[in-house]
Design a protein around this ligand. Sequence first.
Ligand code: FES
Ligand code: FES
Length: 155
Amino acid sequence: MPSVSMTVNGKAVSGDVEGRTLLVEFLREKLRLTGTHVGCDTSQCGACVVHVDGESVKACTMLAAQADGAEVMTIEGLAQGDKLHPMQEAFRENHGLQCGFCTPGMIMSAVDLARNNPDPSEKEIRDWLEGNICRCTGYHNIVKSIKAGAEAMRG
Ligand code: FES
Ligand code: FES
């Protein structure tokens, strides 16, 4: 069994994986970081989005072995102690959470968007969210949250 090593949320981790082990399985099952969700088996829902070397990636589309040596950030790594990340805070304040299942992936995608495009328009946010499915509601409050979160990230 190959062994992989990576940095996850700032901590060096390693473990044995099978060649077919997905990054999302490694995170959830080996590291018990269950904030990254699995919501489909078709790579459509985006519940599994994490950052790999600073870019958002669907963790169900990448093998753990492909992340060998990478810097991975999951939703658990965003807050600083008790202080929520501005994007998490914006979701809380703008009622961007309903059941919360899609939220980790939405937030990780949103943080990547805001880093690349600090002042995204509503259309740009909706385009960016094409790969993230929310089954609870329309996307209105999620879009509002991302707009507010991006603004807060600009400082
Ligand atoms: S679980 Fe990865 S896209 Fe749905
Ligand atoms: S908040 Fe329930 S799936 Fe999006």
